[in-house]
Every structure is written in structure tokens, then in C-alpha cells.
Design a protein. Structure first.
Ligand SMILES: Cc1cc2nc3c(=O)[nH]c(=O)nc-3n(C[C@H](O)[C@H](O)[C@H](O)COP(=O)(O)OP(=O)(O)OC[C@H]3O[C@@H](n4cnc5c(N)ncnc54)[C@H](O)[C@@H]3O)c2cc1C
Length: 220
């Protein structure tokens, strides 16, 4: 795979690492600074439905944006020499890459995906830096190429995948799911279960599509 193909492949498959796979590590997954349980709160524990007037909606979305997300991580695609037997490795948050797994294997090369907890600890543009981080996780691999983007450093992003900060779900989730008239908000950011993952984008899309269908259904 050429570098261009690797980048295109990575872009097409961004999100291919399933949330559940990461989630499955439970308490040992110290990679992200995840601070909330992703299981939705029982209905009885949800706050009373917050006001849904224009000012309240605006305040909620602006506040969520200003607070930014809790995660500070990086994701990196790694091309390593040769056919690497499949593996899935975890380490502590003290490692620049703390989740590493094989994704695509060929006879002459293997593409792996890695996640780091702190973007300042890994220069994802440096093959040498990624090689050192990979060595700590899985010695014996030769890193040929890397493809990544440090979204935390990007002035147009300044953030990365969504991980709620403590209290945000309890305070705002119900309100963030409210439509504004005929405008509905489907986003991984306001998903009930898999917020921060592609699964959450799908979940919220289904939720809002059902609401719209119900609103358009003939009365009676
Ligand atoms: C580095 C990184 C790695 C990730 N890795 C994984 C992973 O391995 N597995 C996983 O499941 N998830 C992963 N995620 C999370 C996943 O990518 C997101 O949860 C998912 O893409 C969110 O989908 P969405 O449709 O809610 O929002 P988005 O994909 O963000 O789509 C929103 C769209 O709206 C557009 N937009 C914004 N404002 C406006 C406007 N005013 N007018 C018009 N358009 C607008 C944006 O340009 C964007 O195209 C990762 C995220 C990042 C940042």
C-alpha cells in the first residue's frame, strides 16, 4: 500500500475500530480520560426536561462547545513491514500509544491502528516517535509509514473525539436532544448510549428519523 493509499484507506475507515471493542476493556482502558459511564441513566435519574426555548437551547450548545471535550488523545494509522499476526494490546495512560491493534493484513505489510491518551506525548507525524511507542507495546514491528492528524493542535478543531466531562450528561443531555421546531439534532454528541463513537452518530440519526416520521405521520 502506498502512503496515499494508506491515507485514503484510513480516511475511508475512520471509525472502523468499533466502540464496543474499546469499551470492552472497561476499567483497564485508561487510554482516554473517559469520565462518564456510557450506559444511559435510568429514566428516573434523568433531570427534569430542561427548558427548550431558543435561549436555553443556544446556551446549552454554546456551553458544551466552550467547555470542550475531556479527551485529549490522538489516533494513528501505522503501516508495518510484513504480515503481522492479529493482536489487540492495551497499556496504561502513561504510554504514548495505549491501544494498538492490527486492522488490515497483506503479505508484505500490515496496517495497525493506535490510540494515545495525550496528543502532547506523541508526534504522530514522526515515524521514529511512533516506532518507539509501538516498540513499547509490541516489540519487533518495523514501522514503515504513519498517517494521522493531531486534531487537538488543529486551530479549526482544537479538540478530538467527544468524551463528556463530569456532570455534562446529567445537566445537558436531555436538553441537547430536543428539536428546535422542525429542526432536529442528530449527533454522536447527543447520543444516549454511544456518544463519541460512530455508533452514537447512527443511534442519534435513528432517534431523530423516528421522531420526524412520527411528526409527519397522519393524525389518528
Ligand atoms: C481522531 C478521531 C478518531 C476517532 N476514532 C473513532 C473510532 O475509532 N471509532 C468510532 O466509533 N469513533 C471514532 N471517532 C468518533 C467518530 O468519528 C464520531 O463520533 C462521529 O464521526 C460523529 O458523527 P456525527 O455525524 O455525529 O458528526 P460529524 O462526523 O462530526 O459530522 C458533522 C458534520 O457537520 C458538519 N458541520 C458542522 N457545522 C456545520 C454547519 N454549521 N453547517 C453545515 N455543516 C456543518 C461538519 O463539517 C461535519 O461534516 C473518532 C473521532 C476522532 C476525532
Amino acid at each position: 500500500m502506498t502512503k496515499e493509499e494508506l491515507v485514503v484507506h484510513a480516511a475511508r475507515t475512520e471509525g472502523s475500530v468499533s466502540g464496543p471493542a474499546i469499551q470492552a476493556a472497561g476499567p483497564t482502558t485508561t487510554c482516554t480520560s473517559t469520565t462518564h459511564a456510557r450506559t444511559p441513566a435510568p429514566t428516573a435519574l434523568l433531570p427534569p426536561r430542561a427548558g427548550n426555548n431558543r435561549a436555553a437551547r443556544r446556551e446549552r450548545w454554546l456551553r458544551a462547545n466552550a467547555e470542550t471535550v475531556a479527551s485529549q488523545g490522538v489516533k494513528v494509522w501505522v503501516k508495518a513491514r510484513g504480515r503481522v499476526p492479529r493482536f489487540f494490546a492495551y497499556a496504561s495512560q502513561r504510554h504514548p500509544i495505549c491501544v494498538l491493534k492490527t486492522e488490515f493484513t497483506d503479505d508484505d505489510a500490515t496496517v495497525l491502528v493506535g490510540f494515545g491518551p495525550d496528543h502532547t506525548q506523541l508526534d504522530v507525524t514522526s515515524v521514529a516517535a511512533v516506532q518507539a511507542a509501538v516498540d513499547a507495546m509490541r516489540p519487533g514491528l518495523e514501522v514503515l509509514e504513519v498517517a494521522a492528524h493531531d486534531w487537538m493542535k488543529d486551530p479549526l478543531s482544537r479538540t478530538t473525539w467527544m468524551t463528556h466531562r463530569p456532570g455534562q450528561l446529567t445537566r445537558d443531555l436531555a436538553g441537547l436532544q430536543q428539536p428546535a421546531g422542525v429542526v432536529h439534532f442528530a449527533s454522536s454528541d447527543n447520543a444516549s448510549l454511544w456518544g463519541g463513537f460512530v455508533d452514537g452518530a447512527i443511534e442519534s440519526g435513528l432517534r431523530e428519523a423516528r421522531r420526524v416520521a412520527a411528526e409527519l405521520a397522519p393524525a389518528g
